[in-house]
Ligand binder design. Structure first.
Ligand SMILES: Nc1ncnc2c1ncn2[C@@H]1O[C@H](COP(=O)(O)OP(=O)(O)OP(=O)(O)O)[C@@H](O)[C@H]1O
Length: 294
Protein backbone atom coordinates (compact mmCIF):
# COMPACT_ATOMS: atom_id res chain seq x y z
CA UNK A 1 0.00 0.00 0.00
CA UNK A 2 1.15 3.50 -0.81
CA UNK A 3 0.80 6.58 1.37
CA UNK A 4 1.60 10.18 0.48
CA UNK A 5 2.66 12.69 3.14
CA UNK A 6 1.95 16.24 1.93
CA UNK A 7 3.97 18.60 4.14
CA UNK A 8 3.99 22.40 4.13
CA UNK A 9 7.36 23.50 5.63
CA UNK A 10 5.99 27.05 6.12
CA UNK A 11 2.90 26.12 8.19
CA UNK A 12 2.45 27.26 11.78
CA UNK A 13 5.78 27.26 13.60
CA UNK A 14 7.58 26.16 10.43
CA UNK A 15 8.41 22.78 11.94
CA UNK A 16 6.54 20.36 9.65
CA UNK A 17 9.70 18.61 8.47
CA UNK A 18 10.58 17.58 12.06
CA UNK A 19 7.56 15.26 12.10
CA UNK A 20 8.13 13.42 8.85
CA UNK A 21 10.28 10.54 10.17
CA UNK A 22 7.79 9.91 12.96
CA UNK A 23 4.92 9.73 10.44
CA UNK A 24 6.85 7.48 8.08
CA UNK A 25 7.61 5.10 10.96
CA UNK A 26 4.00 4.81 12.08
CA UNK A 27 2.76 4.32 8.51
CA UNK A 28 5.42 1.65 7.90
CA UNK A 29 4.05 -0.31 10.85
CA UNK A 30 0.63 -0.12 9.19
CA UNK A 31 2.15 -1.59 6.00
CA UNK A 32 2.43 1.63 3.98
CA UNK A 33 5.33 2.75 1.77
CA UNK A 34 5.44 6.52 2.16
CA UNK A 35 6.21 9.17 -0.42
CA UNK A 36 6.96 12.61 1.00
CA UNK A 37 5.89 15.69 -0.97
CA UNK A 38 6.94 19.11 0.31
CA UNK A 39 4.87 22.06 -0.85
CA UNK A 40 6.60 25.18 -2.09
CA UNK A 41 3.69 27.32 -3.19
CA UNK A 42 -0.07 27.62 -3.56
CA UNK A 43 -1.82 24.65 -5.23
CA UNK A 44 1.13 22.26 -4.79
CA UNK A 45 -0.89 20.26 -2.24
CA UNK A 46 -3.83 20.04 -4.69
CA UNK A 47 -1.62 18.76 -7.50
CA UNK A 48 0.21 16.27 -5.25
CA UNK A 49 -3.06 14.93 -3.93
CA UNK A 50 -4.49 14.54 -7.44
CA UNK A 51 -1.41 12.46 -8.34
CA UNK A 52 -1.99 10.29 -5.25
CA UNK A 53 -5.59 9.65 -6.38
CA UNK A 54 -4.72 8.73 -9.95
CA UNK A 55 -1.74 6.59 -8.84
CA UNK A 56 -3.90 4.47 -6.54
CA UNK A 57 -2.50 5.62 -3.18
CA UNK A 58 -4.39 4.24 -0.17
CA UNK A 59 -3.73 7.15 2.20
CA UNK A 60 -2.87 10.85 2.02
CA UNK A 61 -1.62 12.67 5.12
CA UNK A 62 -1.90 16.46 5.27
CA UNK A 63 0.83 17.91 7.50
CA UNK A 64 0.20 21.65 7.80
CA UNK A 65 -2.44 24.26 8.58
CA UNK A 66 -5.98 24.70 7.27
CA UNK A 67 -4.68 26.15 3.98
CA UNK A 68 -2.68 23.02 3.20
CA UNK A 69 -5.62 20.83 4.24
CA UNK A 70 -8.05 22.71 1.98
CA UNK A 71 -5.70 22.46 -0.94
CA UNK A 72 -5.27 18.73 -0.29
CA UNK A 73 -9.03 18.17 -0.07
CA UNK A 74 -9.59 20.17 -3.26
CA UNK A 75 -7.27 17.69 -5.00
CA UNK A 76 -9.25 14.76 -3.63
CA UNK A 77 -12.87 15.71 -4.13
CA UNK A 78 -13.34 15.35 -7.89
CA UNK A 79 -11.46 12.05 -8.19
CA UNK A 80 -12.98 8.61 -8.73
CA UNK A 81 -10.49 6.92 -6.37
CA UNK A 82 -10.23 8.93 -3.17
CA UNK A 83 -7.57 7.74 -0.70
CA UNK A 84 -8.22 7.88 3.04
CA UNK A 85 -7.20 11.21 4.58
CA UNK A 86 -5.04 11.62 7.70
CA UNK A 87 -4.70 15.06 9.29
CA UNK A 88 -1.78 16.34 11.35
CA UNK A 89 -2.73 19.93 12.27
CA UNK A 90 0.10 22.46 12.50
CA UNK A 91 -1.78 25.70 11.83
CA UNK A 92 -3.11 28.39 14.15
CA UNK A 93 -6.81 27.55 13.97
CA UNK A 94 -7.21 23.99 12.61
CA UNK A 95 -11.00 24.19 12.39
CA UNK A 96 -11.53 20.95 10.50
CA UNK A 97 -9.40 18.98 12.96
CA UNK A 98 -11.37 20.53 15.85
CA UNK A 99 -14.69 19.61 14.26
CA UNK A 100 -13.53 16.00 13.87
CA UNK A 101 -12.02 15.78 17.38
CA UNK A 102 -8.59 15.15 15.90
CA UNK A 103 -5.95 16.03 18.53
CA UNK A 104 -4.42 19.47 18.04
CA UNK A 105 -1.16 18.17 19.48
CA UNK A 106 0.88 16.98 16.46
CA UNK A 107 2.39 13.98 18.31
CA UNK A 108 -1.07 12.76 19.33
CA UNK A 109 -2.45 13.36 15.84
CA UNK A 110 0.43 11.29 14.43
CA UNK A 111 -0.37 8.40 16.83
CA UNK A 112 -3.95 8.52 15.56
CA UNK A 113 -2.72 7.67 12.04
CA UNK A 114 -2.31 4.08 13.28
CA UNK A 115 -6.06 3.86 13.85
CA UNK A 116 -8.45 2.10 11.46
CA UNK A 117 -11.33 4.23 12.68
CA UNK A 118 -12.62 6.53 9.94
CA UNK A 119 -15.58 8.77 9.31
CA UNK A 120 -17.18 9.65 5.96
CA UNK A 121 -17.38 13.42 6.01
CA UNK A 122 -19.49 15.89 3.99
CA UNK A 123 -17.82 18.33 1.63
CA UNK A 124 -19.39 21.56 0.42
CA UNK A 125 -19.25 22.66 -3.19
CA UNK A 126 -19.05 26.44 -3.59
CA UNK A 127 -19.27 27.49 -7.25
CA UNK A 128 -16.39 25.51 -8.72
CA UNK A 129 -14.35 25.00 -5.52
CA UNK A 130 -14.88 23.12 -2.28
CA UNK A 131 -15.10 23.97 1.41
CA UNK A 132 -15.14 21.95 4.61
CA UNK A 133 -16.27 24.33 7.37
CA UNK A 134 -18.24 27.43 6.60
CA UNK A 135 -19.24 30.11 4.12
CA UNK A 136 -20.01 33.56 5.51
CA UNK A 137 -21.56 36.61 3.84
CA UNK A 138 -21.59 40.07 5.46
CA UNK A 139 -19.25 42.53 7.15
CA UNK A 140 -17.89 40.01 9.66
CA UNK A 141 -17.09 37.72 6.75
CA UNK A 142 -14.74 40.33 5.38
CA UNK A 143 -13.19 40.95 8.81
CA UNK A 144 -10.84 37.98 8.63
CA UNK A 145 -8.95 39.63 5.77
CA UNK A 146 -7.94 42.36 8.21
CA UNK A 147 -6.22 39.93 10.61
CA UNK A 148 -2.46 40.34 10.18
CA UNK A 149 -0.03 37.39 10.42
CA UNK A 150 1.40 39.02 13.60
CA UNK A 151 -2.05 39.12 15.27
CA UNK A 152 -2.60 35.50 14.25
CA UNK A 153 0.68 34.38 15.80
CA UNK A 154 0.11 36.37 19.01
CA UNK A 155 -3.61 35.79 19.55
CA UNK A 156 -4.36 32.64 17.59
CA UNK A 157 -8.04 32.07 16.84
CA UNK A 158 -9.00 34.94 19.14
CA UNK A 159 -7.69 37.38 16.52
CA UNK A 160 -10.58 36.42 14.22
CA UNK A 161 -13.15 36.61 16.99
CA UNK A 162 -12.00 40.11 18.03
CA UNK A 163 -11.89 41.38 14.47
CA UNK A 164 -15.31 39.84 13.83
CA UNK A 165 -16.89 41.43 16.91
CA UNK A 166 -15.50 44.80 15.90
CA UNK A 167 -17.25 44.46 12.55
CA UNK A 168 -20.50 43.20 14.08
CA UNK A 169 -20.85 46.39 16.12
CA UNK A 170 -20.74 48.43 12.90
CA UNK A 171 -24.19 46.87 12.29
CA UNK A 172 -24.00 47.11 8.51
CA UNK A 173 -26.69 45.07 6.75
CA UNK A 174 -27.11 43.91 3.17
CA UNK A 175 -30.18 42.93 1.15
CA UNK A 176 -29.91 39.16 0.55
CA UNK A 177 -31.93 36.64 -1.42
CA UNK A 178 -31.33 33.05 -0.34
CA UNK A 179 -32.95 30.36 -2.46
CA UNK A 180 -32.61 26.97 -0.77
CA UNK A 181 -33.99 23.60 -1.76
CA UNK A 182 -37.56 24.62 -2.80
CA UNK A 183 -37.75 27.70 -0.55
CA UNK A 184 -36.64 31.32 -0.41
CA UNK A 185 -35.61 33.90 2.22
CA UNK A 186 -35.38 37.59 1.35
CA UNK A 187 -34.46 40.49 3.58
CA UNK A 188 -31.75 42.64 5.13
CA UNK A 189 -29.04 40.64 6.82
CA UNK A 190 -26.12 41.50 9.06
CA UNK A 191 -24.51 38.12 8.55
CA UNK A 192 -25.34 34.90 6.75
CA UNK A 193 -23.59 31.65 7.64
CA UNK A 194 -23.79 28.29 5.92
CA UNK A 195 -21.93 25.73 8.05
CA UNK A 196 -20.92 22.11 7.56
CA UNK A 197 -19.22 21.81 10.96
CA UNK A 198 -19.54 23.37 14.39
CA UNK A 199 -16.03 24.87 14.46
CA UNK A 200 -15.27 28.27 12.94
CA UNK A 201 -12.22 30.43 13.54
CA UNK A 202 -11.31 28.13 16.40
CA UNK A 203 -14.63 28.89 18.05
CA UNK A 204 -16.54 25.66 18.59
CA UNK A 205 -20.00 26.90 19.54
CA UNK A 206 -21.00 29.18 16.69
CA UNK A 207 -22.99 26.60 14.72
CA UNK A 208 -23.43 23.72 17.19
CA UNK A 209 -26.19 22.02 15.19
CA UNK A 210 -23.86 21.20 12.30
CA UNK A 211 -22.56 17.61 12.16
CA UNK A 212 -19.77 16.67 9.80
CA UNK A 213 -21.75 13.81 8.27
CA UNK A 214 -25.42 14.87 8.23
CA UNK A 215 -25.49 15.87 4.53
CA UNK A 216 -26.81 19.33 5.37
CA UNK A 217 -25.73 22.95 5.22
CA UNK A 218 -26.78 24.58 8.50
CA UNK A 219 -27.83 28.12 7.67
CA UNK A 220 -28.15 31.07 10.04
CA UNK A 221 -29.35 34.50 8.89
CA UNK A 222 -28.76 37.24 11.43
CA UNK A 223 -31.27 39.91 10.46
CA UNK A 224 -31.09 43.65 10.96
CA UNK A 225 -31.04 44.27 14.72
CA UNK A 226 -30.51 47.13 17.14
CA UNK A 227 -27.49 47.29 19.45
CA UNK A 228 -29.32 45.79 22.42
CA UNK A 229 -30.50 42.81 20.42
CA UNK A 230 -26.98 42.50 19.04
CA UNK A 231 -25.61 42.09 22.56
CA UNK A 232 -28.18 39.37 23.15
CA UNK A 233 -27.08 37.62 19.95
CA UNK A 234 -23.42 37.84 21.00
CA UNK A 235 -24.17 36.13 24.31
CA UNK A 236 -26.35 33.55 22.52
CA UNK A 237 -23.32 32.74 20.35
CA UNK A 238 -21.18 32.26 23.47
CA UNK A 239 -23.78 29.84 24.85
CA UNK A 240 -24.09 28.00 21.53
CA UNK A 241 -27.73 29.05 21.18
CA UNK A 242 -27.66 31.29 18.12
CA UNK A 243 -30.62 29.61 16.44
CA UNK A 244 -32.92 30.34 19.40
CA UNK A 245 -32.66 34.12 18.89
CA UNK A 246 -35.76 35.85 17.47
CA UNK A 247 -33.67 37.89 14.99
CA UNK A 248 -32.00 34.79 13.67
CA UNK A 249 -33.49 32.62 10.96
CA UNK A 250 -32.24 29.03 11.03
CA UNK A 251 -32.78 26.40 8.35
CA UNK A 252 -30.98 23.47 6.75
CA UNK A 253 -30.45 22.93 3.06
CA UNK A 254 -28.82 20.52 0.66
CA UNK A 255 -28.22 23.21 -1.92
CA UNK A 256 -28.63 26.97 -2.03
CA UNK A 257 -28.04 30.13 -3.99
CA UNK A 258 -27.26 33.50 -2.41
CA UNK A 259 -27.59 36.76 -4.31
CA UNK A 260 -27.71 40.47 -3.55
CA UNK A 261 -28.00 43.74 -5.43
CA UNK A 262 -24.85 44.83 -3.55
CA UNK A 263 -21.42 43.68 -4.72
CA UNK A 264 -20.66 41.49 -1.69
CA UNK A 265 -17.68 39.18 -1.41
CA UNK A 266 -17.88 35.95 0.53
CA UNK A 267 -15.64 34.24 3.03
CA UNK A 268 -15.04 30.55 2.37
CA UNK A 269 -13.31 28.65 5.19
CA UNK A 270 -11.55 31.86 6.23
CA UNK A 271 -10.35 32.77 2.75
CA UNK A 272 -11.81 35.34 0.39
CA UNK A 273 -14.38 33.73 -1.92
CA UNK A 274 -16.26 34.78 -5.06
CA UNK A 275 -18.52 37.80 -5.16
CA UNK A 276 -22.30 37.14 -5.03
CA UNK A 277 -24.26 35.46 -6.55
CA UNK A 278 -22.90 32.09 -5.42
CA UNK A 279 -24.21 28.55 -5.39
CA UNK A 280 -23.53 25.87 -2.78
CA UNK A 281 -24.26 22.19 -2.54
CA UNK A 282 -23.38 19.36 -0.13
CA UNK A 283 -21.53 16.27 -1.32
CA UNK A 284 -22.64 13.94 1.46
CA UNK A 285 -20.16 11.59 3.20
CA UNK A 286 -17.72 12.25 0.39
CA UNK A 287 -14.28 11.78 1.94
CA UNK A 288 -13.01 9.21 4.42
CA UNK A 289 -11.00 10.75 7.27
CA UNK A 290 -9.10 8.99 10.08
CA UNK A 291 -10.71 10.20 13.34
CA UNK A 292 -10.66 9.17 17.02
CA UNK A 293 -13.31 6.72 18.20
CA UNK A 294 -16.60 8.23 19.58
N1 LIG B 1 6.94 26.23 1.11
C1 LIG B 1 5.98 27.17 1.21
N2 LIG B 1 6.29 28.45 1.56
C2 LIG B 1 5.35 29.40 1.68
N3 LIG B 1 4.01 29.17 1.48
C3 LIG B 1 3.63 27.92 1.14
C4 LIG B 1 4.60 26.86 0.99
N4 LIG B 1 3.93 25.74 0.65
C5 LIG B 1 2.61 26.07 0.59
N5 LIG B 1 2.44 27.37 0.88
C6 LIG B 1 1.17 28.12 0.99
O1 LIG B 1 0.94 28.40 2.38
C7 LIG B 1 -0.47 28.49 2.60
C8 LIG B 1 -0.80 28.47 4.11
O2 LIG B 1 -0.45 27.27 4.67
P1 LIG B 1 -1.13 26.64 5.96
O3 LIG B 1 -2.54 27.03 6.09
O4 LIG B 1 -0.80 25.20 5.95
O5 LIG B 1 -0.27 27.29 7.13
P2 LIG B 1 -0.64 28.43 8.16
O6 LIG B 1 -1.00 29.66 7.39
O7 LIG B 1 0.46 28.49 9.13
O8 LIG B 1 -1.91 27.82 8.85
P3 LIG B 1 -3.15 28.59 9.44
O9 LIG B 1 -3.85 29.22 8.27
O10 LIG B 1 -3.99 27.57 10.12
O11 LIG B 1 -2.57 29.59 10.37
C9 LIG B 1 -0.97 27.34 1.80
O12 LIG B 1 -2.34 27.53 1.45
C10 LIG B 1 -0.04 27.32 0.57
O13 LIG B 1 -0.65 27.96 -0.54
Amino acid sequence: MKAMIIANPSSGKENALEYIEQIEAILKEKGYDSTVKKTEKELDATNFCQDACTSDFGLVVSLGGDGTLHETINGLVDQVHRPKLGIVPLGTVNDFARALNIPLDPDEAISLLASDNTKNVDIGKFNDRYFVNIVAVGAIAEATYDVTPEQKTKLGPLAYVLEGLKELTSNRTYPLTIEYDEKKWEGDSLLFLAALTRSTGGFEKLTPEARVDDGMLHCYVIKQVNMIRLASIATAILRGELKEEEDVEYFTAKRLKVSSQDPLVTNVDGEQGDQLPVEMEVKPSHIQVIVPEN
